[in-house]
Design a protein around this ligand. Structure first.
Ligand SMILES: NC(=O)c1ccc[n+]([C@@H]2O[C@H](COP(=O)([O-])OP(=O)(O)OC[C@H]3O[C@@H](n4cnc5c(N)ncnc54)[C@H](OP(=O)(O)O)[C@@H]3O)[C@@H](O)[C@H]2O)c1
Length: 213
């Protein structure tokens, strides 16, 4: 399979490409600065693409069989708080143009509307205005696209080793305070892609409870 990864120069992007190569897939790695995609392989095509720039995203998806998006705000001075919705509008346009049906966007468990109390509620409401609202809108946008979509909500991400196990919750509830390694997140995403599982759903994943000290 030829898999396009938007956010390919990021920390999760690195793990996604590593996992893809191990499974024999070809990669279109899309990044604002493609030279920052650290991995080298003849099976990686590195292309320039900015999520806010429709033409670059539409062009870079040509020839892909599936798309994974792993974009997150890295410049906190950037006042655009619509990275996810604007970026996915462009991704969906590219997928429609090139006849690509499978999309796996990475979202956050923060996009769920879990009840929160006290200070946690205030922090959540602040983050929701800045980031999670855009993610939640993106989830609705991609699930209504008519394409084959699995939204993967991640908890706190860390760079620890793979456990090769994770807890998966279908729907939007996973208790707060959990984490998952970027390696296991990448494994889960490629398991989902390779098996064609969790179509038209939102899934949350985390390290299994008790799996890490
Ligand atoms: N970190 C967490 O704890 C956490 C928790 C829950 C969910 N998530 C989600 O999980 C995913 C991966 O997170 P991460 O921490 O591994 O991410 P990361 O390493 O910060 O990577 C995010 C990538 O998004 C790219 N990006 C930002 N704006 C872009 C734009 N306009 N056009 C194209 N690319 C753009 C960045 O590119 P540049 O290299 O050019 O800046 C960066 O490579 C993200 O979707 C994030 O929202 C993260």
């Amino acid at each position: 399979m030829r898999v396009a990864i938007l956010g390919a120069a990021g920390k999760t992007g690195y793990q996604l490409i590593t996992e893809a190569l191990e499974r024999g897939h070809d990669i279109i790695g899309i990044a604002r600065t493609p030279e920052n995609i650290a991995l080298q392989s003849p099976r990686i095509t590195k292309l320039q693409g900015d999520a806010f720039d429709r033409q670059s995203i539409v062009d870079s998806l040509a020839g892909a069989d599936a798309v994974i998006t792993s974009v997150g705000k890295t410049d906190l001075r950037d006042k655009r708080f619509n990275l996810n919705t604007a970026g996915h509008e462009n991704v969906l346009a590219g997928m429609q143009k090139h006849g690509i049906r499978r999309l796996i966007p990475i979202s956050s468990i923060g996009a769920s509307k879990l009840p929160r109390k006290g200070i946690r509620r205030n922090v959540y409401l602040f983050l929701r205005r800045k980031y999670y609202g855009d993610m939640n809108d993106m989830e609705v946008q991609v699930l209504n696209s008519g394409l084959d979509v699995t939204v993967v909500r991640a908890p706190y991400l860390h760079n620890g080793p793979a456990l090769n196990a994770y807890e998966v919750v279908v729907g939007d509830v996973l208790p707060a305070g959990r984490a998952v390694s970027r390696k296991d997140l990448a494994k889960f995403i490629f398991d989902t892609l390779d098996n064609g599982s969790y179509g038209q759903s939102i899934v949350s994943i985390a390290d299994p409870l008790g799996g890490r000290g």
